[in-house]
Design a protein around this ligand. Sequence first.
Ligand SMILES: [Zn+2]
Length: 495
Amino acid sequence: MATFAGEASADLTSELSLASELDLIAFGQRLRHLRKKRGFTLSELGERVGRAPSQLSLLENGKREPKLSLLKTLAGALGVPVEELLRRQAPSRRAQLEMELEEAQRDPVYAALGLPHLKVSVRVPSDVLEHVLALYRELRSRESRGTATPEEARAANAGLRRKMRERGNYFASIERVAADALAAVGYRSGALSQSTVLALAAHLGFSLETVQDLPRSVRSITDLRNRRIYLKREQLGMHTPRTILLQTLGHIILDHAKPRDFADFLRQRVEANYFAAAILVPEAAAVPYLLEAKAERALSVEDLRDVFAVSYEMAAHRFTNLATHHLGLTCHFVRNDAGGIIYKAYENDGVVFPADEQGAIEGQRLCQYWSGRQVFRSPDRFSVHHQYSDSPTGTYFCVAHVDPSRERDFAITLGVPFKESRWFRGRETTNRTKSRCPSEECCRRPPADLAKRWEGYAWPSARANSHVLAALPPGTFPGVDEADVYGFLERHSPA
Ligand SMILES: [Zn+2]
């Protein structure tokens, strides 16, 4: 079976344009390789495709993007299908090394050394290239053991959200893996029983141990040597032992290796969470259910939560996975605290979240007229709050709920563009707000009369900020105390 990482990158490659630098380098390598294999000089190939040798040389050096028409002509002249020219894989070990070194030298970590650019000519022996690359890889891994700055963390979050939006937050390959796993343990329909979850762990060759002394910095520990998963007896909120176990199994079944850097760590976490949700709210059962609810104009996150016995947050988030791909709906999702600080958000319906210069939204404050803020003011904050919100990019129908299953109060919002409200329960609400954010006039600036009266007379003492803003502790698994983890495994390991 191909690893998940491989499948995902293949999917992604097909979605990317030819223009990414990496592709250009690989393309140039292949072009040169195929040309030499056919025994053509640059001029000879140039003549056959009606281009100057200098132009072909730019292509071979990855310095220019080929037009589709030229690609076809080149493939024709070389007697290969176009796909052969576009394969990302390097044509030979030597070409692979040259490509990796080119890429390495573009890495800011490498560039920070201030060394002159190493031009790889045919005279540089392959073992020297291997040697330099080995040093580079060690440099990279030492670097990633360092602290991810809040800026890096926010940039990584923004990058990940962009990728999720591009695919409507639907990951076909993970849905497939989850469906196969469910089939393997005989799942048929409906909500998942505890015994099915346990069967899944057994199916993957793992046993479970419930313990009381799990290190504070982790949710679970997997002992890969003895194939055991350690969990704490009780956990609160969305992170029930069942969810944590499934996330852990997700990392294993998706073949996650040690994260390379913080962005990789985040990606793995998103994928593992996705897997857990795809098991607990299986696509095969949830999609017919949602389609029927849509046909009856009675879509609701509460119902999804109740039918599949998951937390409100998981139901709302899972809805975003299936909404665009299966229901043809765009939507948005936000989790924010009582002060309006955003912890997690997703959109592909054009709603504009407050963001910093890097496009990151974690730690930003939501407009006070949005439903995630309004729900905290409603008379019964734990009931479901429906509202229409006018914003500069359009009107949205939003459903917000403070999930009482969590240790702290967080509002979970699911929103859709106005025209899609007709499919949802609660659409008859008369709640309506108008947000002019990001205009300062909306809610960021105090009213002029109050500002005049109080300016210079207020000295607030700020509450220590949430973890989304704090520097992340160092380590391969950010925030995890490795010494604690190894100590724990040593104590619990069979003699
Ligand atoms: Zn506002």
